[in-house]
Design a protein around this ligand. Structure first.
Ligand code: SF4
Ligand code: SF4
Ligand code: SF4
Length: 437
């Protein structure tokens, strides 16, 4: 596919680090593109509310000068995408609009017209179309990273013109996130607009309230980063988070552009992706990601990941597990955390010790595994790190000291006329156990 990038105004002028990120990723994917110095602002979709005639003329001109290169347009901005794609589709489907725009174009230059022979793609849509190529180039899957996807209105609506995804159940960004090994978390108000236009309408408070509501839900869903594919949305989440901080609402949810996430999965350094320039510091999230990745590599030595994954998916015996019925234990959730690299969290979780060793799960398991097998290993690891309950710890101490878990009750035995208990002759075992301490 021959493409020319339509950068729009926001990215090159206000957020050049996003431009850097996009260039790096396209380069890493081996995608070359042309640039067109005749492009102007798209113009911004909101401008059609002020002067629709010039909005059509400017968009038509951008399409016409792009068509002269006979290359499709690729844009990393939802606003540019909506404008250019809508005008393209309207000119194709409405003779009156087509005629009017082309007549206006001829007043700029007699030969200038748009014949609808090129297409317009959003960067996210483009990546989704080449997902197999991306998949082949992933060198550092982002396993365990929980991502809250924000689509942004103009990537999916108005769907009659945009035509890339379901306007109410979009999936392309979620699929890309999952393809990279991360997890797209579902949260309330996922399709709510970022509220960017409220500020233009003079309603700063509504803009803040909207972003607060969205970020709160993302946070509650366990998201570690926000993913956007639009510089306007990016700006909203970055700067309104700062404004929320000034009101004592601190979330510190870093905002990743789509190419930041893809770039990291391709093995590019965050600094090469311009991520040091982000407003909300990305480094704490990157640090915990790194830790999770290292832990994930390590857990391969201790656990059969395939078996754990099978267990999580199956969960057939979970309703028969007594502590789970009492909501004292959630084996699939614990195992989910293990494979996503949150082993430390699991080992410190006291509910781990609520497994009764009743073996119901083992008996029910068609594969003879049982949650208990995994939980036993986890409790061993937790105990090694000193995380047990008082009860388990008392028993362990007694065993190591006496080679039995309950002390003798001499008086009871005496009253019953039973002889005193003698310590077991097991010095060899005692010595061995002491050695391992
Ligand atoms: S979410 Fe906001 S900034 Fe993003 S596309 Fe929609 S209106 Fe524009
Ligand atoms: S052994 Fe543990 S995990 Fe298995 S059913 Fe019993 S309590 Fe639940
Ligand atoms: S222990 Fe066996 S039955 Fe229970 S969830 Fe795992 S695989 Fe399924």
């Amino acid at each position: 596919m021959n493409i020319q990038v339509f950068w729009g105004c926001f990215i090159p002028s206000r957020f050049p680090w996003l431009e850097k990120s996009i260039r790096q990723v396209l380069d890493a994917l081996g995608i070359s593109f042309a640039e067109n110095n005749r492009f102007t602002c798209c113009p911004e979709p909101q401008l059609k509310n002020l002067d629709e005639e010039n909005w059509f003329l400017t968009a038509g001109r951008n399409l016409a000068v792009a068509e002269e290169l006979q290359m499709d347009i690729l844009t990393p901005c939802n606003g540019c995408f909506e404008t250019l794609k809508s005008v393209k589709i309207l000119m194709r489907e409405r003779d009156d609009i087509n005629r009017k725009v082309n007549e206006a174009l001829s007043t700029l230059q007699p030969s200038l017209s748009f014949r609808n022979t090129i297409d317009v793609f959003h960067l996210a849509e483009f990546f989704w179309r080449i997902k197999e190529r991306i998949k082949d180039k992933i060198s550092k899957p982002l396993e365990g990273l929980k991502v809250a996807v924000h689509y942004g209105c103009h990537l999916i609506r108005p769907s009659r013109e945009i035509q890339i995804d379901n306007p109410f159940e979009p999936r392309i960004l979620d699929e890309l996130v999952n393809l990279l090994g991360a997890e797209s978390v579902q949260y309330t108000d996922k399709l709510l607009c970022c509220g960017g236009s409220y500020e233009r309408a003079g309603n700063k408070e509504a803009s803040l309230t909207t972003i607060h509501r969205k970020i709160q839900h993302m946070h509650e869903a366990g998201a570690e980063v926000i993913l956007v594919s639009c510089p306007n949305c990016y700006s909203q989440f970055e700067y309104e988070q700062l404004a929320l901080e000034r009101q004592d609402y601190t979330f510190n949810l870093p905002v990743f552009f789509i190419t930041d996430l893809i770039g990291m999965a391709l093995g590019l350094e965050p600094s090469d992706l311009g991520m040091d320039y982000h407003v909300i510091d990305v480094h704490p999230a990157l640090k915990s990601m790194k830790k999770i990745m290292i832990t994930r590599e390590e857990i391969h030595d201790d656990f059969d990941i395939d078996e754990i994954e099978k267990c999580i998916k199956c969960s057939a015996c979970v309703d028969d597990c007594p502590p789970t019925k009492l909501e004292l234990l959630d084996p699939p959730a614990l195992l989910e955390k293990v494979i996503s690299g949150r082993l430390d969290e699991v080992l410190e979780d006291p509910t781990l010790w609520n497994c009764l060793d009743c073996y119901t799960c083992l008996e029910m398991c068609p594969d003879g595994v049982g949650f208990v097998t995994h939980l036993k290993k986890l409790r061993n690891m937790a105990a090694e790190r000193g995380f047990t309950t008082d009860g388990f710890s008392r028993q362990e101490k007694a065993f190591k000291r006496l080679l039995k878990v309950v002390p003798d009750s001499k008086s009871k035995r005496k009253r019953l006329g039973l002889p005193d208990l003698k310590p077991a002759h097991a010095e060899d075992l005692k010595e061995k156990i002491e050695e391992t301490e």
